[in-house]
Design a protein around this ligand. Structure first.
Ligand SMILES: C[S@@+](CC[C@H](N)C(=O)[O-])C[C@H]1O[C@@H](n2cnc3c(N)ncnc32)[C@H](O)[C@@H]1O
Length: 286
């Protein structure tokens, strides 16, 4: 009796121990099975799902090779401040940070922001790659030297006025979608196509529409985004501006007789003009 009394309480822990061993073995087997099939258990909590809903556009990741193409097209380097609008799992921001840039991802989905921050930490990039949980239409873009995006055509158009008001020379790169009649300065098409294959680049042009004069010449400049037309009037002779183009602050055009190049800085354009193989300086003010 005495013995039974002593042994009785011992019987329960032995059964418990057995159950614990069975549980541990089962969980280990399950984890082993999952990892051998390339999956992480609890993936639904930790990883985004291709095509999952987003505020204005769903999450579909840019192929990594296209991300690199976009960053190369924009010539992203350590001097750049990159902002990715709708940053998803953070891949563009992380790739820009790998190039030494300071990069910020703006993402509405908090789960995606967490995934991105974790990746930044794991890759030792948290110092240069940061993520803001916000609506991309509410963020101040003025500090950006490069804006990247993979959204939708109508969202690009909605963003267009803010993008055009950024510092001249700011580069905008988009996966696949254009910007309406603001034609891209450069387009790269990947072949073979990794799913999404087009990278488009715009360089924010300076605003130069209007009348400019230097000592002997009057320039009437008309502007459609980066395309420049108008007239040059000198000694009473008016010549049409041909092939006029702005790349950020760099203005280039020609007339029937001359080839002009100039840098726009506020209300001054300063540059050179080649006429009959002679090079002259010109400075026009507005
Ligand atoms: C097509 S995915 C692109 C993701 C990433 N930029 C890439 O190229 O892999 C678009 C992303 O925008 C996010 N998004 C949609 N509407 C948004 C909004 N108004 N503000 C911020 N993020 C938004 C979605 O959650 C999604 O992650």
């Amino acid at each position: 009796m005495e013995r039974n009394h002593v042994l009785a309480p011992l019987r329960v822990p032995i059964v418990d121990l057995f159950l614990v061993v069975v549980a541990v073995v089962s969980i280990s087997a399950l984890l082993l099975f999952a990892s051998s099939h390339g999956r992480t258990l609890f993936a639904s909590q930790d990883e985004p799902t291709f095509g999952q809903d987003g505020k204005d556009v769903e999450w579909v990741p840019s192929p990594s090779v296209l991300v690199e193409t976009m960053l190369t097209l924009a010539e992203v380097d350590a001097d750049d401040q990159v902002i990715d609008l709708g940053s998803g799992d953070g891949r563009t921001v992380l790739a820009a940070a790998e190039r030494g840039a300071t990069a910020v991802g703006v993402e509405y989905d908090s789960g995606l922001v967490q995934v991105s921050r974790r990746q930044a930490e794991e890759r030792g990039l948290s110092g240069r790659a940061t993520f803001v949980e916000a609506d991309l239409f509410d963020v101040d873009l003025t500090s950006a030297t490069v804006v990247t995006m993979f959204l939708l055509p109508d969202l690009n158009l909605k963003l267009r006025p803010s993008l055009l008001s950024l510092t001249p020379g700011t580069r905008i790169v988009s996966n696949t979608w254009d910007m309406g009649d603001w034609i891209a300065d450069e387009t790269v098409q990947l072949d073979p196509c990794p799913g999404f294959c087009t990278a488009l680049l715009w360089i924010v042009p300076a605003q130069i529409e209007g009348d400019w004069t230097d000592s002997e010449t009057a320039f009437t400049l008309r502007q459609e985004f980066q395309e420049i037309s108008g007239t040059v009037t000198r000694n009473g002779q008016e010549l049409a501006i041909l092939d006029g183009r702005l790349s950020g602050r760099l203005l280039e055009f020609r007339t029937e007789r001359s080839r002009y190049q100039g840098q726009v800085s506020g209300n001054t354009i300063r540059g050179t003009v080649i006429t009959d193989d002679q090079t002259y300086n010109w400075i026009a003010t507005q």
